[in-house]
Design a protein. Structure first.
Length: 136
């Protein structure tokens, strides 16, 4: 019984310490931590990259901003209330490179925007995305 109590105290202390450290971080540091912790679950590596994105959906047409990118999707910074499952058409480019015209589905909502999973991406487009992400 004493061993179990010590173990619970250690876990509780560890959780409290982690909580304090996270609260002391800036929002950007917290986001980076989440990105790093979530990388093991992701099919494609992500890179932080901010650029303008022209976005078209059934109820939206305008400019938003990419917050991060992978060959499989992006985090799009927006205040528009997109719906999970909603299809979007996206146009964006990297450092004056070729313009990507991709379709995607909203797969999650975050405090800064929505997660988009690219759909119907050609092998060439996927390779170009991967190449850019590796070299940035």
């Amino acid at each position: 019984m004493i061993q179990k109590t010590k173990e619970w105290t250690r876990v509780s202390d560890l959780s409290a310490r982690l909580y304090d450290l996270i609260l002391a971080m800036s929002e950007e540091q917290q986001f980076d931590l989440l990105q790093k912790l979530g990388q093991k679950e992701r099919k494609f590596p992500r890179k932080h990259y901010i650029t303008a994105v022209e976005c078209e959906a059934s109820d939206f047409l305008g400019r938003t901003y990419m917050h991060n990118i992978s060959a499989g999707g992006m985090l799009m910074q927006t205040t528009h209330p997109f719906v999970i499952g909603q299809r979007v058409n996206l146009n964006f480019s990297f450092k004056n490179m070729v313009t990507f015209r991709l379709k995607g589905d909203v797969v999650r909502k975050t405090s800064i925007g929505v997660g988009i999973a690219f759909v119907d991406v050609s092998k060439k487009q996927e390779e170009m995305l991967e190449s850019f992400i590796v070299t940035m």
